[in-house]
Design a protein around this ligand. Sequence first.
Ligand code: HEC
Length: 130
Amino acid sequence: MKKVFIASLISSIAIFLYLTVMTTNQVSYDRLNDKVIEGKKVWQRKACVECHTIFGNGGYNAPDLTKTLNTRNKSAIRSFLKERPVIRTAKAKRHIKLAEEEIDSVLSYLEFVNTVELNGWPPDPIRLNR
Ligand code: HEC
């Protein structure tokens, strides 16, 4: 009885470790370059995180941007962050004008984040709210 218990304990630990390694391997670290890291810093410095979430972290009064590049055009995001719309909508009021390099790095950061496999998260209802 004791042997069966020890055997099942060891196999449970082995399965747990295997699944942990399998899921952490889904992050493509080779794409984590300096520009991506700079983009993360801009994301924090310019307080994007106050309103937007990435991986569920951040403020909840703006759309989650984890997978935004699946639905939004990169050049549209670029011009949105560079030049605020002429007609002052609520959307425009919340965004400060970013410098070209800052936009480049934020886009690299969003591209990197977009490559992370999240098993379908964020769910569809959140995407439909945009
Ligand atoms: C004060 C709150 C606030 C801050 C700070 C903020 N945003 Fe936003 N942002 C919003 C809201 C609200 C929307 C959605 C407006 C809408 O869809 O009408 C939005 C929309 C966007 C969109 C378009 C997303 C989409 O799916 O339409 C992008 C990209 C974006 N923000 C990036 C940024 C970045 C990058 C920063 C930091 C430089 C930032 N935002 C800072 C509130 C904010």
